[in-house]
Design a protein around this ligand. Sequence first.
Ligand code: NAD
Length: 304
Amino acid sequence: VVQLEYVGDLAPYDEEEAALAEAGAALKVVRAADGDALVEAAADADVIWVEWTPHLTRDVLERLPRLGLAIRWGVGYEQIDVAAATELGIAVANAPAYCTEDVAEHALAMLLAVSRQVVYRDRQGQQGLWRHGPARQKRLAGSTVGVVGLGRIGRHVARVATAFGATVLGYDPVVRSDDPAVRQVGFEELLAASDFVSVHVPLTPETHHLFDADSLSLMRPDAALVNTSRGGVVSQAALVEALDAGRIGAAALDVFEQEPLPAENPLRGRDNVILTPHEAANSPQSGRDLRRAVYGATVQWLRT
Ligand code: NAD
């Protein structure tokens, strides 16, 4: 089993390591700068775990004839060319649910931070400023929260937002929500009616720049956009323009088109923008669940 560029905690996990050893496998951690380095380093791998890079493209997969299973160390699997893997007889897995609650809680934390101006007010509190600057706090109870993507995370966000007394609108072209508190509407209606829009869709060709100049212009000028899904779902250039022109009230982002977000990026330094560096999924609990999912899938595959 070859684990690629895992940047997290590399402490040995006795229980999981023992299960791998019992299944007759050993784990090798490799940092490969590109596809060629990966092919060289993982030539003898039956299983590869990939977090971010290098991507398991068709070209890379074709040059790994021994490979039987490719696992994304996380939720999204845009790092693996699934069609090519399928053609080559390589199984693909991910860990779709390891951080559902974490990301939903992070989205809600950002939503509350925006609605209560927590970060903006914290800066003042830290500097000893008292009742300084415009009060733009908003009450979540009675507000309308639009949830785009009613999958695992979106449904959890919807449930908690409802518990806060918000009206929840949902948009999802595939999934029908079974939550009677969620009114499912069209995308444009959701954008026009929501005080807060929280995004929970996968990054696909259809969702790339789902939030562009056109869709952002449908949002209310006092509305806030919360994105904890994937950076590519929101056009950052269009978002910056909308913020500059006052066509949108606030934004809270955990994910970016380019990660890490470049130092000179114009999203920085704004009182109405909160930025967290792709941390929504992280907690000791999610880390444990992720390891269990990846090791579990690997051991199961090795045994079949
Ligand atoms: P999920 O697959 O359970 O749900 C995604 C939902 O989006 C599905 O119901 C699907 O029908 C819907 N969808 C697809 N295309 C859509 C569109 N064009 N418009 C509206 N809805 C659409 O996924 P999930 O577990 O809820 O994860 C949601 C997102 O969160 C993914 O992008 C995932 O990559 C991201 N994520 C981010 C982090 C992080 O650290 N910030 C961690 C985990 C997951």
